[in-house]
Design a protein around this ligand. Structure first.
Ligand SMILES: [Zn+2]
Length: 210
């Protein structure tokens, strides 16, 4: 109604007006400018594809960044009725994507296990973007950085699997099993799919001679 109060009806013929241009004319140039501005404004995170982990693991990372992982909070936002929105891993906090992969004490215990395995300072990530990119600033060989990139993705995949098993099958959460799964999957894929084929299990588990 308030938009209509300023409208004056006249007898002048109606015409189309291109609102992106002050003169009201349609120009391809202005479309290009709008598209460019859109790209700049869109600050969504573009993940670096990790070649040695399977596509589904990369895609899971990407979905996390886009808040497209069906956590209780994400489903609520989309009006999907779910009863309990408490994290099934710790049973104490609201289940958001940041919680499941970073703040939950199960997740932080897993991250601690990972940081002591790969011998880097404890991982405290305040955002998912940091969680997936901090390895780039570590003083590591290229080979270890390559390994780290995939390991971070595998951790998130395993945390999500553990969460699903807890939620839908009532399986107890065991941090040591999650860590073992991460190491085993990482070894399987890194030693077969990366450019560092033929790596031995001993090297992988000690992460020293890599
Ligand atoms: Zn939790």
């Amino acid at each position: 109604m308030s938009s209509l109060t300023g409208v004056q009806v006249s007898t002048v013929k109606d015409r189309w007006k291109w609102s992106a241009n002050s003169a009201g004319l349609f120009l391809v140039k202005t479309v290009k400018r709008m598209l460019k501005e859109e790209v700049v404004q869109d600050n969504s995170f573009v993940i670096d594809w990790c070649k040695w982990v399977p596509a589904k693991v990369n895609i899971h990372t990407w979905r996390m960044e886009m808040d497209r992982v069906p956590t209780a909070e994400a489903l609520k936002k989309r009006n999907v009725g779910i009863g309990d929105s408490i994290c099934p891993m710790c049973n104490s906090e609201e289940e958001t994507v940041e919680h499941v992969f970073s703040a939950c004490f199960i997740a932080s215990n897993v991250w601690n296990g990972i940081s002591s395995w790969v011998k880097i300072p404890n991982i405290y990530a305040f955002s998912l973007k940091v969680l997936h990119t901090f390895y780039k600033d570590l003083n590591l060989s290229e080979k270890k950085k390559d390994a780290m990139q995939g390991i971070l993705m595998i951790v998130c995949g395993s945390l999500w699997r553990a969460r699903n098993n807890a939620k839908f099958s009532n399986s107890p959460i065991r941090i040591d099993s999650i860590l073992s799964e991460i190491k085993a999957l990482g070894f399987l894929w890194f030693s077969n799919r990366s450019k560092h084929k033929g790596l031995e299990w001993r090297e992988w588990t000690s992460f020293v001679n890599m």
